[in-house]
Design a protein around this ligand. Structure first.
Ligand code: SF4
Ligand code: SF4
Length: 392
């Protein structure tokens, strides 16, 4: 991993005065806050030339959303989110789980004064399943966000790919809609994106309005095909993990922008939600609105793709059938990506701990030889070993 630098590393080099904003210091006290405050001190929003915003329709919800939404999972500073709102970004994505529940509070602070012009998307916790527990969870989100409605509530489809098709979450979401607490329902798809999105597209009930899908220039073709089918069925497609893990690279300064442009060139994608820690990253991501993917971008992506090749897992889950130990390889790899790519140890650990004890990378310790084969040539055993070292 030593050759790969997170894009926040650039900000860390230039140390400036810390502590001016301080809104989340008591919550986090981490390097994330340091990064955000440093970047904010270096680059005042009024000096940034923001482009005119570009909007697309989010499927059958009819919502007109900015093609760059604010992925808040890594953002410790509400002011960064507010700058985005001020410049036309009208969609913010958070989750109960990010920053151990504090991320929704940060988004809630950012929403003050902007609630009527911004769409709020959040997720329920992974491990809850009864209608009553789901309703309580959404009510906790409402409280943390300081709002009385959520525009888009999302259900995670992780290890349990059938979760969106079970009656309990649907009953809970239906009740919440009737109470005016949520407007639209979506699914956050992690494992087997092609399979789950295809199933959602073919779901005759049309219960879910949107799919939040890992989609990037490294995605397998079947993911793009599934997205096309879902978009044709009327679902709004929200692209996440557009940067194939968030690894910075020597491929060029614009690699992250090229990756975003690549996702947005697909007209079936309504918006992307890159995670933005600070103003520098906001400026970098927001700049792609309205910009076409160029031949130069394609060349940058080829180089970037080569850099991430040894680490990139498409989360398809195809290797898991070959593992006699029943290891949740795709989820382990996702946690690993949060650790190595995003450099977010908290998120990596919380994701890793969602895996049942019997399906974690520790199972590999009893295995003489790895027989799980990655459909895309990834060294499965090496990934499980790194996960154990970093997260076990
Ligand atoms: S080493 Fe490979 S085959 Fe063995 S348990 Fe781990 S992932 Fe499965
Ligand atoms: S390791 Fe390979 S086969 Fe397994 S989930 Fe990742 S991309 Fe798919």
């Amino acid at each position: 991993m030593s050759k790969i630098k997170s894009r926040t590393a650039v900000n860390r080099r230039k140390f400036l005065k810390i502590g001016l904003l301080g809104t989340t210091s008591t919550l986090l006290g981490s390097r994330l806050l340091t990064d955000a405050v440093q970047a904010y001190a270096q680059e005042k929003p009024e000096t940034i030339a923001f482009p005119p915003p570009v909007y697309r329709t989010l499927g059958r919800t009819g919502l007109k959303v900015s093609v760059i939404g604010f992925g808040a999972m890594l953002t410790p500073e509400p002011e960064v989110i507010r700058v985005a709102f001020e410049h036309g970004v009208n969609y913010v994505n958070t989750s109960r789980k990010y920053m151990s529940g504090k991320n929704e509070e940060i988004v809630g602070k950012a929403l003050k004064g902007y609630r009527d012009r911004v769409y709020v998307a959040t997720k329920i916790q992974t491990e809850i399943n009864t209608p009553e527990a789901i309703i309580r969870d959404v009510e906790a989100s409402l409280k943390a966000l300081g709002t009385d409605y959520i525009d888009l509530i999302q259900l995670d489809a992780n290890a349990d790919k059938d979760r969106p098709f079970r009656p309990e979450p649907r009953e809970a979401f239906e009740r919440l809609k009737k109470q005016g607490k949520v407007r639209y329902c979506g699914v956050a798809v992690h494992k087997d994106p092609a399979g789950v999105v295809n199933a959602l597209a073919r779901d005759a009930t049309r219960f879910f309005d949107t799919a939040l899908v890992a989609y990037n220039f490294k995605s397998a073709k079947d993911v793009g095909d599934a997205i096309a089918l879902a978009a044709r069925s009327g679902m709004g497609i929200v692209a996440m993990k557009t940067q194939a893990g968030g690894y910075a690279t020597s491929a060029g300064e614009s690699a992250h922008q090229a990756a975003l442009k690549w996702a947005l060139q697909n007209p079936n994608v309504a918006l992307a939600i890159p995670g933005m820690r600070n103003l520098t990253e906001l400026k970098e991501d927001i700049a792609v609105m309205g910009m076409p993917l160029t031949a130069s971008d394609q060349r940058v992506l080829e180089r970037y793709g080569a850099t991430v090749e040894p680490y990139f897992c498409g989360l398809c889950g195809k290797c898991e059938g070959g593992c006699p130990g029943g290891v949740e390889i795709s989820t382990v790899n996702r946690a690993l990506m949060y650790a190595e790519g995003y450099r977010d140890r908290g998120l990596a650990l919380s994701t890793y701990r969602e895996i049942a004890e019997t399906a974690g990378a520790d199972r590999c310790l009893d295995c003489l030889q790895c027989v799980a084969r990655c459909a895309h040539g990834l060294d499965v055993a090496a990934g499980m070993e790194r996960a154990r070292q970093l997260l076990g």
